[in-house]
Design a protein around this ligand. Sequence first.
Ligand code: NI
Ligand code: MN
Length: 225
Amino acid sequence: MKLKYFSHSAFQITTGNGKKILIDPFLSGNPTAPVKPDEVDANYIILTHAHGDHLGDAFSIADRCGSMFICVNELAEYVKAKGYNAHNMHIGGGYDFDFGRVKFTIAHHGSMTPDNTYAGEPAGVIVSADGKNIYHTGDTGLFYDMKLIGEMMPIDYMLLPIGDNFTMGIDDAVKAAELTNPKTAIPMHYNTFPVIQADPNEFKKKAEAKGINCRVLEYGEEIML
Ligand code: NI
Ligand code: MN
């Protein structure tokens, strides 16, 4: 399995059976994105919530790739109303797809589409494939139930925001990683805009001081999991 980082909260997972799963593909409006929307492929697009910096280029990618959306019910209904395929899920529920399992978690944030449509609760998502559990927290503040999430499903890779202002900042993100106790923490949602400037290496240093292994991904970097 491979994990590729496109900056902000945008990642692509490629599973052992060749399925490509995009999470929160914010590319064309993203000054830090290393690729254009027409340079990425997706069998599935998972959205953690509907804010523009997460919905991003999902529709244009789905137009080209025929992608299936996976999101919470209200956002899935919005996606379907736009004419796309979606699998409706909700927080606490998991489902087995042809690449692995997807489970949604809580996230403390908001969710409204760029055209001001209510899109249900924001979420985090755990993608389980090829024997690994990847927890993308979505946009969220720190919450103690992250401990429960890590206890119920040992997390191999935790992708978590550090940019502050809209989400956890560095110190809260370090605590989030301590609570969840992943094998590796990967920071996201930083340096995209002036209000979310944060040094990922400061996060790495502080997380590692607490015994959490941390990896900072370059924009465009792809790693084997
Ligand atoms: Ni957001
Ligand atoms: Mn965001």
